[in-house]
Write a protein that binds this ligand. Structure first.
Ligand code: SAM
Length: 245
């Protein structure tokens, strides 16, 4: 793992405004896919954050637990209805272990890129696989890298455009390591906030190979949680990895 990696860094800057910035993101389709695969079994969310997905899943009666690197994100989760009752371990999800197994392990909303290196990403697949029931699945939601949007290694792009906020991303590309270092400028009614984001971006087929290294195989890949087909035009995907044995 790259030295100096701090899994609490992202949350320290964004926790206070994370829910406001993601208010337009409906979790409904994700809940339906996750609950379907769980089929009454338990769910572990890696990078559970403020509970955007986990809390409504728990409210549906599912047994949900999480691993989260940022105490500030967990504090936001705890403030919400049902948040005190959820078991959340604070730590790096590539190495933190729980004392049980789950029907579903989920890594949502592009969080695989938050890891600092390919090794750490492979380690996350291994850790997810180690927490799966024999018939369990690992669900990964991610974006397809868009390196064509960079000019001379830099890009300025509208990351999110919503009615009550916009986020502009100023990014630098380091293709040899597949890294993007960016600062997101979040403009809200309260002013501007700087959100540093460091990504080690991954290709869909690279994730499939990581899965194979962890004893998993690709079962499905859709464009999104609505299960639309994944095509050459897709900019996002949800992959379903199942244990080989
Ligand atoms: C983009 S947010 C997604 C949060 C939540 N899953 C959702 O869908 O809203 C990524 C979350 O993963 C956490 N995170 C990033 N890297 C981590 C790591 N290595 N270990 C544990 N948590 C990590 C961040 O603190 C943050 O809460």
């Amino acid at each position: 793992m790259a030295s100096g990696f701090d899994p609490s860094e992202y949350g320290r800057h964004i926790a206070e405004v994370y829910d406001e910035l993601h208010a337009d993101l409906s979790p409904e389709a994700a809940l339906s896919v996750i609950a379907g695969y769980a089929a009454g079994g338990a769910v572990l969310e890696l990078g559970i954050g403020t509970g955007r997905i986990a809390l409504p899943l728990a409210a549906k009666g599912l047994d949900v637990e999480g691993i989260e690197g940022s105490p500030e994100m967990v504090a936001q989760l705890r403030r919400k209805p049902g948040g005190e009752a959820l078991r959340v371990e604070v730590g790096d999800f590539s190495t933190t272990t729980m004392d049980r197994r789950y029907a579903v392990v989920v890594l949502a909303y592009n969080t695989i890129n938050a890891l600092p290196s390919q090794d750490a990403q492979v380690q996350t697949f291994r850790n997810a696989a180690a927490h799966l029931d024999p018939s369990g699945v690992f669900l990964v939601e991610n974006w397809v890298p868009d390196v064509a949007g960079f000019h001379h290694g830099r890009a300025v792009r509208a990351h999110e455009v919503a009615e009550r906020h916009v986020i502009v991303e100023v990014a630098e590309l380091r293709p040899a390591e597949q890294r993007i270092s960016a600062t997101r400028l979040a403009f809200t009614a309260d002013g501007v906030r700087l959100l540093p984001v460091d990504h080690r971006y991954v290709w869909p087929a690279e994730l499939d190979l990581m899965a194979r290294l962890a004893g998993l195989h690709l079962e499905e890949r859709w464009q999104d949680w609505e299960r639309r087909p994944f095509t050459d035009q897709s900019t996002t995907y949800v992959a379903v990895y199942r244990r080989d044995d």
